[in-house]
Design a protein around this ligand. Structure first.
Ligand code: SF4
Ligand code: SF4
Length: 235
Protein backbone atom coordinates (compact mmCIF):
# COMPACT_ATOMS: atom_id res chain seq x y z
CA UNK A 1 0.00 0.00 0.00
CA UNK A 2 1.44 3.40 -0.91
CA UNK A 3 1.37 6.49 1.25
CA UNK A 4 -1.53 8.03 -0.66
CA UNK A 5 -3.70 4.95 0.03
CA UNK A 6 -2.65 4.83 3.68
CA UNK A 7 -3.45 8.52 4.17
CA UNK A 8 -6.86 8.04 2.53
CA UNK A 9 -7.61 5.09 4.84
CA UNK A 10 -6.57 7.14 7.84
CA UNK A 11 -9.01 9.87 6.82
CA UNK A 12 -11.80 7.29 6.48
CA UNK A 13 -10.99 5.92 9.94
CA UNK A 14 -11.11 9.45 11.38
CA UNK A 15 -14.48 10.00 9.65
CA UNK A 16 -15.95 6.80 11.10
CA UNK A 17 -14.71 7.85 14.52
CA UNK A 18 -16.20 11.35 14.13
CA UNK A 19 -19.59 9.74 13.42
CA UNK A 20 -19.27 7.78 16.66
CA UNK A 21 -17.92 10.62 18.80
CA UNK A 22 -20.43 13.16 17.45
CA UNK A 23 -23.11 11.38 19.51
CA UNK A 24 -21.20 11.39 22.78
CA UNK A 25 -22.32 13.59 25.63
CA UNK A 26 -19.07 15.24 26.74
CA UNK A 27 -17.80 18.36 28.49
CA UNK A 28 -15.05 19.04 25.92
CA UNK A 29 -14.97 22.44 24.23
CA UNK A 30 -12.66 24.84 22.43
CA UNK A 31 -9.75 26.27 24.47
CA UNK A 32 -10.09 23.47 26.99
CA UNK A 33 -6.61 22.08 26.68
CA UNK A 34 -5.94 20.35 29.98
CA UNK A 35 -5.61 17.09 28.06
CA UNK A 36 -2.99 18.50 25.66
CA UNK A 37 -0.04 16.97 27.49
CA UNK A 38 3.49 16.04 26.47
CA UNK A 39 2.42 12.38 26.69
CA UNK A 40 0.44 12.20 23.44
CA UNK A 41 1.50 9.29 21.24
CA UNK A 42 0.97 8.53 17.58
CA UNK A 43 2.08 6.52 14.58
CA UNK A 44 4.54 7.59 11.90
CA UNK A 45 1.63 7.89 9.45
CA UNK A 46 -0.05 10.48 11.65
CA UNK A 47 3.29 12.21 12.26
CA UNK A 48 3.99 12.35 8.54
CA UNK A 49 0.68 14.13 7.96
CA UNK A 50 1.47 16.67 10.68
CA UNK A 51 4.99 17.43 9.41
CA UNK A 52 3.75 17.80 5.82
CA UNK A 53 0.89 20.03 7.02
CA UNK A 54 3.34 22.32 8.78
CA UNK A 55 5.76 22.40 5.84
CA UNK A 56 3.04 23.08 3.29
CA UNK A 57 0.81 25.28 5.38
CA UNK A 58 -0.72 28.05 3.34
CA UNK A 59 -1.08 30.00 6.55
CA UNK A 60 2.23 31.83 6.45
CA UNK A 61 1.96 32.75 10.08
CA UNK A 62 1.52 29.15 11.13
CA UNK A 63 4.29 28.02 8.83
CA UNK A 64 6.78 30.61 10.07
CA UNK A 65 5.83 30.24 13.68
CA UNK A 66 6.06 26.49 13.64
CA UNK A 67 9.11 26.17 11.42
CA UNK A 68 11.02 28.69 13.51
CA UNK A 69 9.84 27.61 16.89
CA UNK A 70 8.70 24.03 16.57
CA UNK A 71 12.10 22.49 16.21
CA UNK A 72 13.37 24.28 19.31
CA UNK A 73 10.29 23.43 21.33
CA UNK A 74 10.47 19.79 20.33
CA UNK A 75 14.19 19.60 21.01
CA UNK A 76 13.75 21.22 24.42
CA UNK A 77 11.18 18.56 25.15
CA UNK A 78 13.73 15.83 24.47
CA UNK A 79 15.34 16.43 27.85
CA UNK A 80 11.98 16.40 29.66
CA UNK A 81 10.06 13.49 31.00
CA UNK A 82 7.31 12.27 28.64
CA UNK A 83 5.41 9.08 28.03
CA UNK A 84 7.41 6.88 25.66
CA UNK A 85 5.47 3.67 24.98
CA UNK A 86 7.47 0.44 25.06
CA UNK A 87 4.73 -1.49 23.32
CA UNK A 88 2.10 -0.76 20.66
CA UNK A 89 -1.65 -1.37 20.99
CA UNK A 90 -1.60 -4.35 18.61
CA UNK A 91 1.24 -5.98 20.51
CA UNK A 92 -0.58 -5.27 23.79
CA UNK A 93 -3.73 -6.96 22.41
CA UNK A 94 -1.64 -9.96 21.45
CA UNK A 95 -0.08 -10.26 24.92
CA UNK A 96 -3.53 -10.00 26.57
CA UNK A 97 -4.99 -12.62 24.22
CA UNK A 98 -2.11 -15.01 24.93
CA UNK A 99 -2.33 -14.43 28.69
CA UNK A 100 1.19 -13.02 28.82
CA UNK A 101 2.53 -10.27 31.09
CA UNK A 102 2.31 -6.69 29.82
CA UNK A 103 5.00 -4.13 30.70
CA UNK A 104 4.24 -1.48 33.34
CA UNK A 105 4.33 1.93 31.69
CA UNK A 106 4.91 5.21 33.52
CA UNK A 107 2.60 8.09 32.51
CA UNK A 108 1.69 11.30 34.32
CA UNK A 109 -0.26 14.31 33.01
CA UNK A 110 1.76 16.56 35.34
CA UNK A 111 4.87 16.11 33.17
CA UNK A 112 3.80 19.09 31.09
CA UNK A 113 1.98 20.42 28.05
CA UNK A 114 2.15 19.26 24.46
CA UNK A 115 5.05 21.14 22.82
CA UNK A 116 2.72 22.20 19.97
CA UNK A 117 0.08 23.82 22.18
CA UNK A 118 -0.08 27.59 21.55
CA UNK A 119 -2.39 29.92 23.51
CA UNK A 120 -4.51 26.92 24.50
CA UNK A 121 -5.09 26.07 20.84
CA UNK A 122 -3.77 23.32 18.63
CA UNK A 123 -1.93 24.78 15.60
CA UNK A 124 -2.23 21.46 13.72
CA UNK A 125 -5.86 20.80 14.64
CA UNK A 126 -7.04 19.52 11.20
CA UNK A 127 -4.33 16.85 11.23
CA UNK A 128 -4.03 16.19 14.96
CA UNK A 129 -3.35 12.52 15.75
CA UNK A 130 -6.02 10.05 16.82
CA UNK A 131 -4.73 10.18 20.41
CA UNK A 132 -5.99 13.79 20.53
CA UNK A 133 -9.22 13.14 18.61
CA UNK A 134 -10.36 10.40 20.96
CA UNK A 135 -9.80 12.05 24.33
CA UNK A 136 -13.22 12.95 25.76
CA UNK A 137 -14.44 13.48 29.28
CA UNK A 138 -17.98 13.47 30.63
CA UNK A 139 -16.93 16.07 33.21
CA UNK A 140 -14.68 19.12 32.82
CA UNK A 141 -11.19 17.84 33.70
CA UNK A 142 -10.15 21.25 35.06
CA UNK A 143 -12.90 21.10 37.68
CA UNK A 144 -12.61 17.39 38.43
CA UNK A 145 -8.78 17.16 38.35
CA UNK A 146 -8.96 14.21 35.97
CA UNK A 147 -10.96 12.95 33.00
CA UNK A 148 -14.16 10.93 33.40
CA UNK A 149 -14.14 8.58 30.43
CA UNK A 150 -16.90 6.11 29.56
CA UNK A 151 -15.35 2.57 29.58
CA UNK A 152 -17.05 1.81 26.24
CA UNK A 153 -15.30 4.84 24.70
CA UNK A 154 -11.98 3.41 25.89
CA UNK A 155 -12.80 0.10 24.17
CA UNK A 156 -13.76 1.89 20.94
CA UNK A 157 -10.61 4.04 21.11
CA UNK A 158 -8.38 0.98 21.47
CA UNK A 159 -9.95 -0.66 18.41
CA UNK A 160 -9.40 2.50 16.32
CA UNK A 161 -5.81 2.71 17.56
CA UNK A 162 -5.37 -0.89 16.42
CA UNK A 163 -6.69 -0.14 12.93
CA UNK A 164 -4.49 2.94 12.56
CA UNK A 165 -1.42 0.95 13.64
CA UNK A 166 -2.46 -1.83 11.24
CA UNK A 167 -2.48 0.42 8.18
CA UNK A 168 0.91 1.79 9.27
CA UNK A 169 2.35 -1.65 10.06
CA UNK A 170 5.62 -0.83 8.27
CA UNK A 171 6.02 2.21 10.50
CA UNK A 172 6.53 3.04 14.15
CA UNK A 173 4.69 4.41 17.17
CA UNK A 174 5.99 6.73 19.83
CA UNK A 175 5.64 9.97 21.70
CA UNK A 176 4.60 12.99 19.59
CA UNK A 177 7.96 14.71 20.19
CA UNK A 178 9.99 11.66 19.15
CA UNK A 179 7.88 10.92 16.07
CA UNK A 180 7.92 14.51 14.77
CA UNK A 181 11.68 14.93 15.28
CA UNK A 182 12.30 11.52 13.68
CA UNK A 183 10.29 12.52 10.59
CA UNK A 184 11.62 16.04 10.30
CA UNK A 185 14.58 15.29 7.95
CA UNK A 186 13.51 15.19 4.31
CA UNK A 187 15.42 11.95 3.60
CA UNK A 188 13.57 10.15 6.41
CA UNK A 189 10.19 11.26 5.03
CA UNK A 190 11.34 10.10 1.60
CA UNK A 191 12.26 6.70 3.11
CA UNK A 192 8.89 6.58 4.85
CA UNK A 193 7.11 7.13 1.55
CA UNK A 194 8.86 4.04 0.16
CA UNK A 195 8.40 1.87 3.29
CA UNK A 196 12.16 1.72 3.90
CA UNK A 197 12.62 3.64 7.14
CA UNK A 198 14.70 2.21 9.94
CA UNK A 199 14.34 3.19 13.57
CA UNK A 200 17.64 4.87 14.51
CA UNK A 201 17.22 4.50 18.26
CA UNK A 202 14.98 3.01 20.93
CA UNK A 203 12.63 5.97 21.25
CA UNK A 204 10.09 4.40 18.85
CA UNK A 205 8.49 0.97 18.72
CA UNK A 206 7.72 -1.02 15.57
CA UNK A 207 4.09 -1.23 14.56
CA UNK A 208 2.40 -4.51 13.74
CA UNK A 209 -0.74 -5.81 12.09
CA UNK A 210 -3.89 -6.74 14.01
CA UNK A 211 -3.93 -10.32 15.30
CA UNK A 212 -6.48 -9.91 18.10
CA UNK A 213 -8.84 -7.08 18.95
CA UNK A 214 -8.75 -5.57 22.42
CA UNK A 215 -12.47 -5.87 23.22
CA UNK A 216 -13.69 -6.95 26.67
CA UNK A 217 -16.61 -9.44 26.68
CA UNK A 218 -19.14 -6.86 27.96
CA UNK A 219 -18.58 -4.62 24.89
CA UNK A 220 -18.58 -7.30 22.18
CA UNK A 221 -22.21 -6.85 21.09
CA UNK A 222 -22.34 -3.10 21.41
CA UNK A 223 -19.26 -2.55 19.24
CA UNK A 224 -20.50 -4.67 16.30
CA UNK A 225 -21.88 -1.72 14.21
CA UNK A 226 -18.53 0.08 14.51
CA UNK A 227 -16.59 -3.06 13.56
CA UNK A 228 -18.82 -3.44 10.51
CA UNK A 229 -17.90 0.08 9.39
CA UNK A 230 -14.20 -0.53 10.03
CA UNK A 231 -14.46 -3.89 8.29
CA UNK A 232 -15.18 -2.06 5.02
CA UNK A 233 -11.59 -0.86 5.18
CA UNK A 234 -9.53 -3.32 3.19
CA UNK A 235 -5.83 -3.33 4.02
S1 SF4 B 1 -10.81 15.79 27.82
FE1 SF4 B 1 -10.97 17.19 29.55
S2 SF4 B 1 -9.35 18.72 29.22
FE2 SF4 B 1 -9.69 17.67 27.26
S3 SF4 B 1 -11.17 18.98 26.20
FE3 SF4 B 1 -12.33 17.38 27.29
S4 SF4 B 1 -12.92 18.29 29.26
FE4 SF4 B 1 -11.26 19.55 28.36
S1 SF4 C 1 -1.28 17.84 18.92
FE1 SF4 C 1 -2.75 19.51 19.23
S2 SF4 C 1 -4.60 18.53 20.11
FE2 SF4 C 1 -2.88 17.10 20.32
S3 SF4 C 1 -2.04 17.47 22.37
FE3 SF4 C 1 -0.85 18.71 20.93
S4 SF4 C 1 -1.87 20.73 20.91
FE4 SF4 C 1 -3.31 19.24 21.82
Amino acid sequence: MDLFEKAALLDRIYKIYDEFSGNLDVACKKHCAHCCTCNVTMTTLEGYKIVEYIMRSEHCDLNNRLNNGLNNRLKQNLSKKRFQPQITTNRLAELFALGMDVPDEDNNFLWGNCPLLTDDECPVYPVRPFGCRCFFSKQDCREQGSADVDPFVITVNNVFLQYIEHIDSHGYSGNLTDILLFLEPKNIRQAYRTNTIKNPDNSLVSNSMIKFLLIPPEDRNRIVPILEKLGSIKV
